[in-house]
Design a protein around this ligand. Sequence first.
Ligand SMILES: NC(=O)c1ccc[n+]([C@@H]2O[C@H](COP(=O)([O-])OP(=O)(O)OC[C@H]3O[C@@H](n4cnc5c(N)ncnc54)[C@H](OP(=O)(O)O)[C@@H]3O)[C@@H](O)[C@H]2O)c1
Length: 371
Amino acid sequence: MPTKLRQWIFAKPMADDVLGLEQFELREVAIPELQQGQALVRVKLLNIHSGTRARMAGGMTRLGDTDRSNYACAEVIRSRDPTFREGDVIACQAGWQDFQIVSSGDASVGYGPPGELVKALNGTNSQWNYVFRPAMVKMWPPEVLMEMFGTSGMTAYFGTRECGPLMPRDCVAVAGTTGSVGSIAAQLARIAGCHVVGFAGGADRCKWVVDTLRINACIDYRARDFEDQLRAAFPDGIDVYSDGIGGALTETVTGLMNRHGRLFSYGGAAAYYADKLDTPQQRPPLRRAFGISETIETVLKQRNIKSECWIVDQFYHERLRAEDDLSRHLRSGALKPINNVVEGFENLPRAVVGLYTTSRSGKLQVRFEPG
Ligand SMILES: NC(=O)c1ccc[n+]([C@@H]2O[C@H](COP(=O)([O-])OP(=O)(O)OC[C@H]3O[C@@H](n4cnc5c(N)ncnc54)[C@H](OP(=O)(O)O)[C@@H]3O)[C@@H](O)[C@H]2O)c1
């Protein structure tokens, strides 16, 4: 049994919101003795979230501490918690560290409490902590479990379902198509038979989107004539908009939405990737945080557009059904997981910094254990 864990901590404040390797420091911590109701897990792979820098800037990740809110795939190596058995592969929240003590009684870090049905399904007090079914572990590696069957795939799955169902005649716009959720949402809309157009930053990335995700077209959202290209791509207007970006792009795209259209708005990534971060004292309401401005609200109202805005755990009591449906699409080859895996615990700071400085596609993840 290991007696120590390695942990990256947030060691030095950022200057001008610029995240560098100097913000991270490695420390070793003794693993405390397991108490009744606790389990020790070895972290196999950790998802890196685009909100990581904002959490550091805004004090949610405290100086001298690790970020405890990451979504991880881990193996139970010792347990005194009846929910987690030794050998189980689980999803859990974890720090930037290679071992973690978890408990089915733990509340989630950074989110509200789960619904009663989610608690009953997971057997835990957190929407993000649960044991994967053995069949899922047999079929899919950790990077797919934490992307397609983690928050990205679930958001794309429930989003396309809730703003639909999508019909073959629907014209669908997908923001952040090179990103983790957008790359899956675009593929699900294509599988539903829709006319699908994505948005990405640059011609190369647009080509990658069309070639890899096999959707109808992709437009560079930075192009000067973006709005003209958008009109040309949607001569009959937009029926459905999948949006995890917010800001100026959302305002332009919703301007072209049809009456009785459907907007599924799940995030405000533009703010997370902006050079300058906005760190308000108080958390804004979800619709504002996801970039739905007053101007957009007016358009939605005038055109009677159905507008969905939520955190995906709202649907997690249906997680197993989503896992089955997405598994079927993966096995048929219609759906591709898009993972961007950085190897090695020691490379975690480089991966987090790289999220904001280099172009990449799909879900950024750090694998602690070799394949
Ligand atoms: N509601 C929920 O439950 C839920 C679940 C999952 C995620 N989220 C949120 O959804 C958002 C997206 O998540 P994700 O995991 O898909 O993010 P991601 O993998 O980091 O992708 C974000 C994409 O945003 C694009 N982008 C960045 N700045 C942009 C701008 N100014 N204008 C247009 N596009 C821009 C990037 O495209 P290029 O690189 O091509 O420029 C990138 O591919 C995040 O805010 C996340 O917190 C919410």
